[in-house]
Design a protein around this ligand. Structure first.
Ligand code: FAD
Length: 467
């Protein structure tokens, strides 16, 4: 009998749960991917994610061709495409990996119903995270909403079994023999050909991970400094599954030491936010803490625009926002600083910022992005307490001490000395003149005063607290 494997956020041909189960249970397996019109149609033509996915599919298709098979690609609504392809290939079952985003859950339920009406089944498997859904719960059986005990329980459960790979290669001779199939081009899909700075596909994921292994032992020392090559830059690969989470975690677990431990902790955050989204799908629209759901943010649109465009007058925030626009990436420390600045300094609803990140991040992941925003906005589970507010200048002095990162994205400030670059408005006029910087002309004056906005933010949050 025949089964389909429906690739989604798992664009690789190794250590793949759905592929493994399909190959084990069925005589013939057809690999399919759908450019889902429900997801693609609202996107702008220059969306980087589509280019990243496309590059990953080219590699996946080539890998399948080496085994005498092919990737069958559709460009329509997934809810129509999957049942149609199942009919076409007379598949008795469709295998896919879990996608716990609320919209994806609804889509999968609809697909499963249509398939069931025709006597076929949709099987889904855990693949994207190490622990999901109800796998790690408190002693009372509830969801963990505080990270530290969650991480403790998560680490305690990491063992050889959980970290072992699905031995897909052994069964690849069961891939259905198929002639090469045409892969739609990006322009054919209505998207621009974009050259990404990040190496793509399975080979790009492997290349980044090999390079990161060399710096893993220093991760904990370097990860907070955006000018350093500290983190792994694997987030987009984790998002689209061109790497395997089990392989990455197995390596770090085996290596041990403070760098690897710190990095495993980040992978635990990833699982943590995924299980929050599973238990609390309402966080997509609402604050995790109901008392902060309707904070009366003034939401000034001109300030929001200045933030998006990197012209708030706070150099580290502006450099971060320009990095996002330029590359689709933002360093983790800067995501925290930029998010905090939008909510606590500009008093704009975190949902506005979340949507902006969602539109531009190459690694955009609903669970992590929503979790990160609610953390920074102090509305989330285990969030930063609302009274602890990042000082954007102090963060800048601490994490970009020699202004290296700022100079890269705010070249108009490049000639300022290190001491002046974090808060140019405080610099003596002579220093500014010597560096050729005319504030308010070459680079904006700060649009708000941090100390004052901090007080307003504290008052805003206090007003919302339950007595
Ligand atoms: P590394 O430091 O090498 O970390 C390894 C991996 O761990 C990352 O690739 C990622 O998969 C995971 N990870 C690390 N930190 C976190 C975290 N705090 N929460 C969840 N997973 C984490 N991450 C996304 O993948 N997608 C997002 O849309 C996203 N939005 C964010 C929004 C805000 C406001 C904040 C504060 C954080 C957000 N993060 C998001 C988390 C984090 O900033 C990125 O995962 C990280 O910067 C990616 O770079 P890296 O792969 O080099 O990370």
């Amino acid at each position: 009998d025949t089964a389909l494997v429906w690739f989604r956020r798992d664009l690789r041909l190794f250590d793949h749960a759905a592929l493994y189960h399909a190959l084990k249970r069925h005589a013939r397996v057809v690999a399919v991917f759908v450019f889902d019109r429900d997801l693609l149609d609202p996107l702008p033509a220059d969306d980087r994610r589509v280019a990243f996915i496309h590059a990953a599919l080219v590699e996946l298709a080539n890998a399948l061709a080496q085994h005498g098979s092919a990737l069958v690609v559709a460009h329509e609504r997934a809810q129509a495409a999957i049942p149609r392809l199942a009919r076409q290939y007379q598949a008795v079952a469709v295998h896919a990996n879990h996608d716990d985003d609320p919209a994806a859950r609804r889509r999968d339920e609809a697909v499963a119903r249509t398939l069931a009406d025709e006597g076929r089944r949709l099987f889904t498997h855990k693949d994207h995270v190490l622990f999901e859904r109800d796998e790690i719960v408190t002693r009372q059986g509830g969801m963990y909403s505080v990270f530290t005990p969650y991480r403790r329980a998560w680490l305690a459960r990491l063992d050889d079994f959980m970290l072992s790979s699905y031995p897909v290669a052994r069964y690849l001779d069961r891939l259905a023999p198929l002639p090469p199939q045409p892969l739609p081009t990006l322009p054919g899909l209505g998207f621009a050909e974009i050259t990404l700075a990040l190496p793509g596909g399975m080979s790009g994921g492997e290349q980044l991970f090999e390079a990161f292994k060399e710096r893993l032992d220093r991760y904990h020392l370097r990860r907070d400094f955006p000018a350093l090559k500290g983190p792994s830059y694997l987030s987009a690969h984790l998002r689209f599954g061109t790497v395997s989470i089990r392989e990455l975690a197995r390596h770090a677990h085996g290596v041990g030491g403070p760098g690897a431990q710190a990095w495993l902790g980040e992978l635990a955050w990833r699982d943590f936010y995924h299980q929050i989204l599973w238990h609390r799908p309402d966080v997509v629209e609402h604050a995790f803490r109901p008392e902060y759901d309707a904070l009366p943010f003034p939401n000034r649109e001109d300030w929001f625009d200045a933030w998006r465009e990197g012209r708030t007058g706070y150099p580290l925030v502006d450099a971060a926002m320009r990095q996002l626009r330029h590359s689709g990436y933002m360093h983790n420390r800067l995501r925290m600083v930029a998010a905090s600045f939008l909510v606590k300094d500009l008093l704009v609803d975190w949902r506005w910022g979340e949507r902006h990140f969602a539109a531009l991040l190459l690694d955009y992941d609903l669970a992590a992005n929503n979790g990160g925003w609610q953390w920074a906005a102090s509305t989330g589970c285990d969030a930063q307490p609302y009274f602890r507010i990042f000082n954007p200048v102090a963060q800048s002095r601490k994490f970009d001490p020699d202004g290296h990162f700022i100079r890269r994205y705010c070249p108009e400030l490049a000639a300022l000395p290190d001491a002046a670059i974090h808060a140019p408005w405080e610099a003596p006029p002579l220093t500014l003149a010597e560096a050729g910087v005319r504030l308010g002309h070459d680079y904006p004056l700060p649009i708000v005063e941090h100390a004052r906005q901090r007080e307003l933010a504290l008052a805003l949050f206090k007003s919302a607290r339950r007595p």
